[in-house]
Design a protein around this ligand. Structure first.
Ligand SMILES: Cc1cc2nc3c(=O)[nH]c(=O)nc-3n(C[C@H](O)[C@H](O)[C@H](O)COP(=O)(O)O)c2cc1C
Length: 296
């Protein structure tokens, strides 16, 4: 990183709540969307999306979402009122096919208005909890509410709803041949800042090989000229540092015989050309050879 990049350093207490909202929601993104169905003590059903949401534990299986106090008038949202009355919810997962109807359901309809009806979703009875699930959702989690934690009592204050999963519904169309959820098929959407959303499909999806039981050598173990390269990017260095060992003498000798290497190295080593070739190999997934090349 260059030292002369201009930075705005901001004390959150020095800006308006609207500005703070903008920075926080644009930077902490993409956020998954919890499409929560709840019910009040009289049986009125509610359905609303929340992107202050994530999975926090597998044992117990626990998700948390946060219906905030309204910035406008500091009132609480129906979803929060409902989970305090009936401590159950269904967290429905939203994919691209549902995104416009999901957005419609976030309209501030009055008390007792069922957003399943307003947004045109199918209300399917749950197995273990009273709130129904969304029939269109690829995955739905029936949950019991373990705790509700208020983070404040002013406008914009969040309320953490800790929801423990007690039943899971997965549409078979979204499974792969091994019976696992198939990420490209799911086509999930996420919330960004402003009116932006993003869609997890096509070129937006990529994989990073990660040694789970072993340790990568680390960027600090790469030669200095590689670490300070003007060609190789941080992503390139991260991929190299993820390898488990430095190249052997034999591997380095072997790579020096590679025709692409011979054509650029010749008698003189041209660092920039070597780094450019290493980068090409990294892009092609040939990480070990790229590391050996960078040790010539
Ligand atoms: C994609 C999306 C994500 C949202 N995330 C949140 C959130 O995390 N917290 C929140 O308080 N409101 C959030 N909202 C706004 C609520 O969905 C909206 O206030 C809703 O009408 C609340 O309904 P209720 O009063 O019936 O519970 C979000 C809206 C959308 C469209």
């Amino acid at each position: 990183m260059s030292n002369n990049e201009e930075i705005n350093s901001i004390d959150p207490n020095s800006i308006s709540q609207q500005e703070l909202h903008g920075y926080l929601l644009s930077a902490v993104a993409p956020r998954p969307i919890c499409f929560a169905s709840t019910i009040d003590k009289d049986g009125n059903v509610n359905l609303s999306p929340f992107s202050y949401f994530n999975l926090f534990s597998v044992n117990p299986p626990m998700m948390i979402f946060s219906p905030s106090r309204r910035g406008r008038d500091n009132t609480t949202k129906h979803t929060l009122d409902n989970v305090l009355e009936v401590k159950e919810t269904v967290i429905n997962i939203v994919n691209y096919d549902m995104v416009e109807q999901m957005s419609l359901s976030s309209t501030e309809y009055g008390d007792r208005v069922n957003e399943f009806v307003k947004a045109g979703f199918t209300q399917v009875p749950s197995d273990k909890v009273k709130p129904p699930r969304v029939g269109e959702a690829p995955v739905a989690f029936e949950c019991v509410v373990d705790q509700v934690i208020a983070l404040g009592d002013g406008p914009g204050a969040g309320n953490l709803v800790l929801a423990k999963v007690v039943q899971i519904h997965v549409k078979k169309a979204f499974l792969d041949a091994d019976g696992n959820l198939d990420t490209p098929k799911l086509d999930l959407v996420a919330r960004m800042g402003g009116n932006w959303y993003c869609r997890a499909n096509g070129d937006a999806l990529f994989e990073i090989p990660k040694p789970i039981r072993t340790q990568g050598i680390g960027v600090d173990m790469l030669p200095e000229a590689v670490r300070n390269s003007s060609v190789l990017t941080g992503n390139n260095l991260g991929r190299l540092g993820n390898l488990e060992e430095l190249p052997t003498k034999e591997a380095i000798e072997k790579i020096s015989e590679h025709p692409d290497v011979k054509s650029i190295v010749g008698g003189l080593k041209n660092t920039s050309e070597i780094h450019t070739l290493a980068q090409k190999w990294l892009t092609e997934g040939n990480t070990e050879d790229a590391l050996a090349l960078l040790h010539l």
